[in-house]
Ligand binder design. Structure first.
Ligand code: PAF
Length: 287
């Protein structure tokens, strides 16, 4: 059966109600389209736990800053639908247009997970996570899923969404799905489309540097500053200047100074050519 395409909240919520009436569980995979294998991994994780899978596709203007890539963000709904059809695990694609999502042109109400939205990427993108949490809250209210899947590549987004769900009692279980990588180690991202082949080669140094730091950590180097320095030095060798390299508590995202005593995320943002890339790796004794 080809994937059904809905554009309105009414169609979406009516179908979900019939599924729920027949005691079927529903999982939501929120996306901005330009789908790749990383998104398919989210769909697979959703399908493993749920009877029904909804993929939302919406390039959310609220999460882009004024000088960011909203206008040129890749949009190709036909290609996205073809990929999901071929993959065969998605029941419905929910692709509202902007006037369906924001009938008044904007949302007066915003959901902000305060201290977590201003660290890491929040320093350069101060309004980004309010945009993400506001749209995710709206999507959760339209689809009312039992599960929602997010990639671990966006570790800050994942931690913030988990916090929002706890704080606001959304009746949904959040699934964190491991990052899918190219053989070079480069994390899959819709923004990789902005990279030339040479830049792609350079960008693979990001994961190489994260892996090196993880190795050092597992070998006993637990000083956060030293590990951050190591990553900066590795990137410097190939001429990359990261926007940040930071070790933070995995759940609260608060920076760790000195010794790492709890599960931590080593997170990085780095521009390569026109693409602002992010990646991260876990630092735990079991990593
Ligand atoms: O990760 C994304 O693609 C977006 O931030 C999300 C979660 C779909 C919200 O617009």
């Amino acid at each position: 059966m080809p994937t059904t395409l809905f554009h309105t909240q009414l169609e979406m919520s009516t179908l979900v109600r019939t599924w729920q009436d027949s005691h079927e569980t529903v999982a939501l995979v929120p996306t901005m389209g330009a789908l790749h294998r990383g998104h398919l991994a989210l769909v697979e994780a959703a399908r493993r736990v749920s009877d029904r899978v909804v993929v939302s596709i919406f390039v959310n203007p609220l999460q882009f800053g004024p000088s960011e890539d909203f206008a040129r963000y890749p949009r190709d709904i036909e290609a996205d639908l073809a990929l999901l059809d071929q993959h065969g695990l998605t029941d419905v694609v929910y692709a509202p247009d902007t006037s369906e999502m924001y009938p008044e042109g904007h949302s007066k109400t915003q959901v902000i997970v305060s201290s977590m939205a201003s660290v890491l990427c929040g320093q350069a993108r101060p309004t980004h996570f309010a945009g993400v949490t506001t749209v995710v809250a709206k999507l959760l209210n339209v689809v009312r899923p039992n599960f929602a899947a997010f990639g671990q590549k966006d570790a800050q987004q994942l931690a913030i969404v988990r916090q929002m769900v706890r704080d606001l009692n959304f009746p949904v279980e959040i699934l964190g799905v491991p990052t899918v990588r190219e053989p070079s180690g480069l994390a899959l991202s819709s923004r990789n489309r902005y990279l030339s082949p040479t830049e792609k080669g350079l960008a693979s140094s990001i994961y190489a540097a994260l892996l090196r730091a993880q190795e050092k950590y597992l070998a006993g180097q637990h000083d956060a500053r030293q590990l951050e320095q190591l990553v900066r030095a590795k990137l410097g060798e190939v001429g990359l200047e990261p926007e940040y390299v930071s070790i933070v508590d995995r759940d609260s995202l608060q920076p760790i100074e000195g010794e790492i005593h709890r599960a931590a995320t080593l997170a990085i943002a780095c521009s390569v050519g026109r693409a602002r890339l992010i990646d991260n790796i876990l630092l735990t004794s079991g990593s």
